[in-house]
Design a protein around this ligand. Structure first.
Ligand code: DP6
Length: 330
């Protein structure tokens, strides 16, 4: 069938971060990570087969992709073609609702939506785990956006018969904790370094990387326990420590990988100050300058207002969101 397939996926925020690949080709991470899928900025992607065409066409937000970014999509589609035993080229039309530079658009929603739409267009019947493994090959964090709510991505092991099979995400079901995420939108400047290159550099040159990695391996178990216990303070403390340790490790690389700006540090200080005054809020950051804050949903509106007043920047409020889904009626 040549029916187009359309899928929607949301970005996720890591509570225990993924930073470092032990295999760049298979996209196998150095450690497990834990995230929350968000309810903002979905990516909607349609994939349509073009059996007689000689190349893939990729449209993102209404523009044709060329060069490296379209090659990344084509290489990903090659994995789908191999699984489907097909040589058909496709048209990919992808739309993200996030404003540029929000630092949440990310590849996580993009490759989760593409994995689902492409596997459907090629009539692969993948279960959630296989879909997560496929999305992982596009971008590591996309393995987690296949699922909604809290998600645990397993690094897997090289001792497994096929390490590719052992690294997938799955939902964390043994928690009833509900969190909100506030994002203080500081800057729209493009990333100074891609996360792939930044990870490589951190792993190979930062003396702090191995300590962070060892702590991260413990943090996943601690985070799972804190989620199970519904202990928001423990969740927040583990998340903040893990994220700050990741940035410290990056900043100790040679040359340094620096995503935190003076504006980021300013907001981080305000978060610590409000917390000292009794607020329950904890910071996390990814490969960009924006500071994100974890808190309880009942505190979100008030804390967002405080952060707006203190930072004079827009603050986005997000909640827990759904996993990737196919659109009906394609
Ligand atoms: C800091 O998944 O974007 O957001 O696998 O190279 O595509 P690639 O990287 P990506 O890295 C995400 C890094 C992070 C932490 C996280 O989401 O766990």
């Amino acid at each position: 069938s040549l029916l187009p397939a359309t899928a929607v996926a949301h970005p996720n925020i890591a509570l225990v971060k993924y930073w470092g690949k032990r295999d760049e080709h298979l996209m196998l991470p150095c450690a497990d990570s834990v995230s929350m899928t968000l309810d903002v900025y979905p990516t909607t992607t349609t994939v349509q087969l073009r059996p007689d065409a000689t190349n893939d066409v990729v449209i993102m937000d209404g523009r044709f992709l060329r060069g490296e970014s379209s090659q990344r999509v084509t290489r990903f589609l090659d994995l789908v073609r191999t699984q489907a035993d097909s040589r058909d080229r496709v048209l990919v039309d992808s739309r993200n609702t996030a404003p540029v530079g929000v630092g949440l658009a990310s590849s996580s929603a993009g490759f989760a939506a593409l994995a689902l739409a492409a596997s459907k267009a090629f009539q692969l019947s993948l279960d959630h785990r296989a879909l997560s493994r496929l999305a992982r090959r596009g971008s590591g964090s996309a393995a987690r956006s296949v699922f909604g709510g809290f998600v645990h991505w397993h690094a897997g092991t090289d001792y497994a018969p096929d390490p590719d099979f052992a690294s997938y995400a799955e939902p964390v079901t043994d928690t009833r904790l509900d969190l909100a995420l506030l994002a203080v939108l500081l800057d729209t400047a493009p990333k100074p370094v891609s996360s792939r290159e930044a990870m490589r550099r951190t792993m190979t040159t930062s003396p702090a990387f191995h300590r962070w990695l060892a702590a991260t391996r413990t943090d996943t178990a601690l985070m799972r326990g804190a989620l199970r216990a519904g202990d928001v303070q423990a969740v927040g403390e583990i998340a903040e420590r893990n994220a700050m340790g990741m940035h410290a490790a990056m900043e100790a690389a040679v040359p340094p990988v620096v995503y935190r700006t003076s504006a980021s540090h300013h907001v981080l200080r305000q978060v610590r100050r409000l917390r000292a005054a009794g607020e329950r809020m904890w910071a996390t950051m990814d490969a960009g300058p924006n500071v994100k804050v974890l808190c309880l949903p009942g505190d979100a509106a008030r804390l967002a207002d405080q952060l707006r007043r203190l930072s004079h920047r827009p603050v986005l409020v997000a909640r827990s969101g759904p996993g990737a889904t196919l659109h009906r009626g394609e």
